[in-house]
Design a protein around this ligand. Structure first.
Ligand code: COA
Length: 416
């Protein structure tokens, strides 16, 4: 079967992480993604945090698989001419430059729409159009701070903390991909393209919506029962940092297992799901708690929840995190080992599903990457290596009707 997005041509004018994560996803699903890069240097991530001298960094290779690379100086007339031709025959242009950069290049939304009324122009910016910070350039952690993630992450006695998960970058890219697919679907009905804009602040906030829920609950009743500050600590008028507390109706915490003194990840996440109280008591050998009025309801347990966690930790002290989960799963208790990146890289299930996949790269050889987290019954997602800088320049130019002589002249004009 052909790939679902086969036939969709995407000008990938993205860099760093937010934009590339979006276009990589669309490339996996079959779109022809042409990454437009500055001659000589290309996407800055090619050379950032390199582990092998002069070879594209993993930062780049893990965000740009399945794409083609076209080097083009889009500030020069020759480069603008090529981009104009590409726009006329493409479906989508994705960009995540600093505010106003595309306009300054001469490719305003109005101009692009004139060139190709069916074109979808998709942009990532730090803040949305018209926002009082719309002129700011933004990276991951800036967005996590602006979107409410940092103020609500970490422990009560520590500073605001950013997450290791790319809530600002890759998450925004995923939002943009949904926007692009929606606009393509709309275009199938109307024939018209449109502008799709996603801000990093908005995308972070979209994942922090339970914290806005909590702000409103706090405003109304003055406390948040699932937070570790309840009932013994104090609440101010803003949502506090909740440590490792569960964000929903069931208390949970990260608990130590055998070996935690030397292994930084010898922990499990344990959830006390209300209706699983009896199995929990059975699993940890505290059957006397099952029908004890001091323990048998969620409300009764609330003020001693950390004492309960301490008892569970005592039960865990002679079990590794994997042994503990193997016992607890039999009792239907929601839990998981805290996985290190090393364990994830070698996890047989993640390998078998293709979520961790080994890819070949022309210069680096084999490397691991995260494959598609989206699985289809009819589509197989194959991950290929990322392109070398300008690897497909000649082939793309030839497909736009450039002769060998014209291609050579363009190379000369763009020489750095
Ligand atoms: N040919 C010629 N010029 C090019 C080019 C090409 N192929 N590709 C980019 N450029 C130019 C741009 O036109 C811009 O020029 P100008 O500012 O003189 O008009 C210049 O390169 C710099 O682009 P910019 O995107 O502003 O780069 P930066 O390194 O200063 O900033 C970010 C990087 C990520 C902070 C910024 O791009 C940004 O805020 N992007 C939006 C938010 C975002 O996506 N951030 C997350 C990234 S993971």
């Amino acid at each position: 079967m052909s790939k679902p997005l086969e036939g969709i041509k995407i000008i990938d004018f993205t860099h760093v992480q937010a934009g590339p994560a979006c276009t990589q996803l669309l490339a996996w699903f079959g779109a022809d993604v042409i990454k437009v890069e500055r001659p000589g240097s290309g996407d800055v991530t090619r050379s950032q945090l390199r582990d092998i001298p002069d070879v594209d960094a993993l930062y780049f290779t893990m965000l740009n698989s399945n794409k083609r690379s076209l080097t083009l100086d889009t500030k020069k007339p020759e480069g603008k001419e090529v981009l104009t031709k590409l726009i006329k025959e493409s479906d989508v242009l994705v960009e995540n430059f600093g505010p106003g950069a595309l306009d300054r290049m001469g490719f305003t939304w109005e101009h692009i729409r004139e060139l190709n009324p069916g074109m979808i122009v998709a942009s990532v910016k730090g803040f949305s159009d018209g926002h009082h910070y719309e002129d700011l350039k933004v990276y991951e952690n800036v967005a996590q701070c602006a979107g409410g993630a940092a103020s609500t992450t970490g422990f009560d006695d520590g500073p605001p903390t950013v997450s290791a998960a790319a809530l600002g970058d890759s998450n925004t890219g995923m939002h943009l991909a949904i926007g692009i697919l929606t606009a393509l679907h709309a275009r199938n009905k109307t024939g018209k393209g449109q502008k799709v804009a996603v801000s990093m602040q908005d995308s972070v906030l979209n994942l922090c919506r339970v914290k806005l829920r909590d702000q409103q609950r706090l405003d109304r009743i003055g406390y948040l029962e699932e937070y570790p500050q309840y009932p013994h600590g104090k609440f101010s008028d803003v949502v506090p940092r909740g440590g490792n507390a569960g964000g929903g109706g069931q208390p949970g915490w990260v608990l130590k297992c055998k070996g935690w003194e030397t292994d930084p990840n010898a922990y499990i996440y344990f959830t006390i799901q209300g209706h699983a109280w009896a199995p929990i008591c059975k699993a940890i050998g505290k059957e006397e708690w099952t029908n004890d009025p001091a323990y048998m309801t969620a409300q009764a347990r609330q003020d001693k929840i950390f004492d309960i966690f301490a008892v569970i930790e005592d039960w865990l002290k002679d079990k590794t995190k994997f042994e503990a989960v193997d016992i607890l799963r039999k009792f239907d208790i929601p839990c998981a080992p805290v996985m290190s990146m090393k364990e994830i890289a070698n996890d047989p299930s993640l390998r078998a599903s293709g979520t961790i996949t080994e890819v070949d790269h022309k210069a680096r050889g084999k490397y691991l990457t995260v494959g598609s987290p989206i699985k289809f019954s009819e589509t197989t997602v194959e991950i290929t290596g990322s392109p070398l800088l300008g690897e497909h320049t000649d082939e793309v130019l030839a497909s736009l009707g450039y002769s060998a002589q014209q291609i050579a002249a363009l190379h000369a004009a763009q020489a750095v």
